[in-house]
Design a binder for this molecule. Structure first.
Ligand code: 8X3
Length: 284
């Protein structure tokens, strides 16, 4: 525990500031932007966010289930890697106990499972989506709230989706979970009013990550087709939004960012190669 504490407070800032071999001295603590926890950091938006925040001078604590990937990321960018499964309250508790202070929490872990209609819904898929997207965000936020407040300038970022305010056939479980997660963000904004904690909901559209591969249970070819003929966002585009939101002056709360590819105008409307409605439902 003590070693980890030292790692965050002393070792991390030196490397997270983009330290080159020529720049490995421990930095002046005040020169860093504070500790940022990023969940789901082993890939996609979470990994990109960890990279961007570390490069910007944050001391990043990266959490995810896939510790081997996190460890590689830690070697590269100098973040602290801790195993975390936001769907498991014991994992959340032990992760948060290892983090002595936090200024920014990026709730990114989540995802979609399947494209079944409500009539064919599998309880296990819906439970998985609620656990990771909704309860995961609630657990992490609840556990770190005292430390965010103690920082004097806390910031909670919740990476939701345009599925937080749109629906589409086959997306019932995912859109319901993202609507709920978005509701959590709006509720927190009200509940924390008057406290030194900002709340930002970042709602991306199509981002080419492992999102669709996971949704289609490993079917990479089906996942590839989702983005065929159009240019989706990259994970780094969303990470840029996170960085922008958390580097505004302290009195500025960016409530919500909706970000989509130029070729997307809604969950179901994509220009690829000609304007078309995305076909999510079953073939007739
Ligand atoms: C996923 C957004 O547009 O790919 O969160 O359905 S979209």
């Amino acid at each position: 525990m003590e070693e980890l504490h030292d790692a965050i407070l002393c070792y991390l800032p030196a490397r997270a500031a983009g330290a080159s071999p020529m720049n490995t001295r421990l930095p002046d603590e005040s020169a860093t932007r504070g500790v940022a926890v990023v969940t789901g950091a082993s890939s996609g938006i979470g990994e990109a966010t960890a990279r961007v925040l570390a490069a910007a001078g944050f001391s990043v604590v990266a959490g995810a289930r896939r510790k081997d990937r996190l460890d590689r990321l830690a070697d590269e960018i100098g973040c602290l890697a801790l195993a975390l499964d936001v769907a498991d309250h014991l994992s959340v508790e032990s992760f948060c106990a290892e983090v002595p202070e936090v200024r920014v929490l990026v709730n990114n872990a989540g995802g979609a499972q399947g494209l079944d209609s409500v009539g064919d819904a599998a309880d296990s898929d819906w439970m998985t989506m609620y656990e990771s997207n909704v309860l995961g965000t609630v657990r992490m936020t609840r556990a770190l709230l005292p430390k965010l407040e103690a920082s004097g300038d806390g910031h909670i970022v919740i990476v939701t989706s345009i599925a937080g305010f749109e629906v589409y056939p086959g997306g019932g479980g995912y859109t319901a979970a993202k609507h709920a997660e978005s509701a959590v963000a709006r509720t927190l904004r009200m509940e924390l009013l008057g406290m030194p904690i900002r709340v930002t909901d970042i709602a991306p559209g199509m981002v080419e990550t492992e999102f669709s591969v996971v949704r289609f249970r490993g079917d990479a070819e089906r996942a590839r087709k989702v983005y065929e003929g159009m240019q989706p966002l990259e994970a780094a585009d969303v990470a840029d939004c996170v960085l922008w939101a958390i580097t505004r002056p302290s009195h500025v709360n960016v409530d919500k960012i909706v970000v989509m590819p130029r070729q997307q105008a809604g969950a179901r409307l994509v220009a690829a190669p000609h304007p078309r409605e995305r076909q999510w439902g079953k073939a007739p």
